[in-house]
Design a binder for this molecule. Structure first.
Ligand SMILES: *Cc1c(COP(=O)(O)O)cnc(C)c1O
Length: 361
């Protein structure tokens, strides 16, 4: 079976000596490797004010808290995502207001964001779903007009750009995930990016019990709640090794994605997710759209190709029942959605075969 997602690691010869060295160094908690990983992420992806975290979810909790989201506030978000995008809003005691999606991309719809803004809105969370950038130009303008924080969930979109800028730099905050099946993994891990360097100190405290590293433990004074959300040197060492090998991996996702776009353009009844012309997706997954999604899924699965939907629309979870609204475009998108293999492990022969099966189907 050609899988839909696959864990990528650098060659053993590179990774294992680095891991052995850190594991027996006596310094396995947060330290120099973590700070080196942060600097490498900034340099390689053009990000600013990066803090490495224990997970993408921890980074979301930090972003929402730094955006000032408090109990009773409202956060506008998308249901078409992995659950942590939205369960983290509940960590802050806030209410999720669902914006509908654009049925041509599955991404949050700017007009629907605008309709949901109230006096209680503290933040807008957008997800570049499957690696396809949201309409950042319009959404940034809405956030500015109402003076509301914009948080980009970039867990699927490492390496994507919008208007020539790296994803995660147009919002006030960006988050990345290095969980097992993302473009790049540190086993578990995440990163928070901040537009305003004024947030960095508070973010550092938030990720480590409310304290700052470097201040003697007998003198440090905690005056805000912090969590155990820091990354350690072991995960960071994996991250540093990964970054040296990530470019060709991302390139292969992107070249496969562009190949499918070109091929599906020629097949009647087959469409695919589309985003703004300013956007360059990084295709964590490829999003095919068709009225015959179920039949195509069966045809692919019986030809040895994994294809499926990957997430349950989050509004369907009982924990969000108090946020329930009609989302007609989401329903339409979800019905027509099928993810097909697109990552670095999909060879030129594989992708040609996948297109053949779809053509025949
Ligand atoms: C994976 C993921 C997260 C959370 O990342 P973790 O590192 O697993 O905590 C957040 N948002 C989206 C869209 C994700 O896919």
């Amino acid at each position: 079976m050609i899988p839909l997602v696959k864990v990528a690691f650098p060659p053993k010869e590179i990774l294992l000596p680095a891991l052995e060295s850190v594991l027996y160094s006596g310094q396995i908690a947060e330290g120099q490797q973590v700070y080196d990983f942060e600097a490498a992420l900034e340099a390689q992806f053009g990000l600013s004010n990066v803090l490495a975290m224990s997970s993408g979810t921890a980074a979301l909790h930090a972003a929402l808290t730094l955006a000032g989201v408090l109990p009773g506030d409202e956060v506008i978000s998308t249901p078409m995502t992995a659950e942590p995008t939205n369960t983290s809003i509940l960590y802050c005691g806030a209410k999720v207001l669902w914006a509908d999606v654009d049925p041509s991309s599955g991404n949050i719809c700017p007009d629907s964001i605008r309709k949901n803004i109230t006096k209680k809105t503290k933040a807008i969370v957008v997800v570049h779903y499957a690696g396809y950038p949201v309409s950042l130009r319009k959404i940034r303008a809405i956030a500015d007009e109402f003076n509301i924080a914009l948080i980009e969930d970039c867990a699927h979109a490492l390496g994507a750009t919008y208007d020539g800028k790296p994803i995660g730099t147009i919002g006030d905050f960006g988050i990345f995930s290095f969980q097992a099946i993302k473009h790049m993994t540190t086993v578990d891990g995440g990163a928070l990016t901040m537009k305003n360097p004024g947030h960095v100190l508070a973010a550092k405290k938030f990720r480590w019990f409310g304290m700052l590293k470097g201040v003697p433990r007998t003198e440090v004074d905690i005056h805000s709640v912090g969590f155990k959300y820091n990354m350690n040197n072991v995960n960071a060492t994996i991250g540093i090794a990964q970054l040296k090998h990530i470019a060709p991996i991302l390139e292969k996702h992107i070249s496969n994605g562009n190949y499918y776009d070109t091929e599906f353009e020629k097949i009647p009844g087959i469409d695919y997710a589309r985003c703004d012309t300013e956007a360059n997706p990084s295709f964590w997954l490829y999003t095919l759209l068709s009225d015959h999604a179920d039949d195509i899924e069966k045809a692919l699965n019986s030809s040895g190709v994994m294809a499926s939907k990957l997430h349950r629309p989050n509004n369907l979870h009982s924990i969000f029942s108090h946020s329930s609204v009609e989302l007609p475009s989401l329903e339409k998108f979800y019905q027509r959605l099928l993810h097909i293999p697109c990552g670095w492990w999909v060879t030129d022969e594989d992708r040609a075969r996948i297109v053949e099966v779809i053509k025949r189907g």
